[in-house]
Write a protein that binds this ligand. Structure first.
Ligand code: HEC
Length: 110
């Protein structure tokens, strides 16, 4: 009996886990982007100093290395040009891989 309950519980958790992986927590993503100062230069559908997240999502649509490239861009402080002046691109203010992935998935699904 106990084994059976455990099996059902494990099964339910697997199902929830799988459903969850595909979901983006948009409010958490937006909150971290805001806290990290990203929204000073980016908006979802408006170009500011940086491309809109819609533009970035379109650029990477169908590319298998999209998550890798964007993750690198927002965690390794690459050099970028803002109005012709070289600057260091900001990184997300989080070391939590799940939180970072959530923001990357959020950007790529705009
Ligand atoms: C000072 C302004 C500025 C801030 C702050 C900033 N960005 Fe950017 N971002 C840019 C510019 C400019 C580009 C375009 C760089 C290029 O194409 O070389 C860019 C590019 C990007 C791209 C596209 C990368 C690609 O490979 O096409 C993403 C995604 C991005 N930024 C996310 C973020 C996130 C997330 C944050 C917060 C951690 C952030 N940005 C903070 C200016 C900024």
């Amino acid at each position: 009996m106990i084994t059976r309950i455990l099996l059902i519980a494990a099964g339910t958790m697997l199902t929830l886990g799988a459903a969850h992986a595909a979901d983006v927590d948009a409010s958490a993503a937006e909150a971290l982007a805001k806290k990290s100062g990203c929204l000073k230069c980016h908006a979802v559908d408006k170009k500011k100093d940086g491309p809109s997240f819609k533009e970035t999502a379109a650029k990477y649509k169908g590319k298998s290395d999209a998550v890798d490239k964007v993750t690198k861009h927002v965690t390794t402080n690459p050099k970028i040009k803002v109005d012709g002046v070289e600057e260091t691109h900001d990184a997300l203010k989080s070391k939590d891989a799940k939180e970072i992935r959530n923001v990357v998935d959020w950007i790529l699904s705009r």
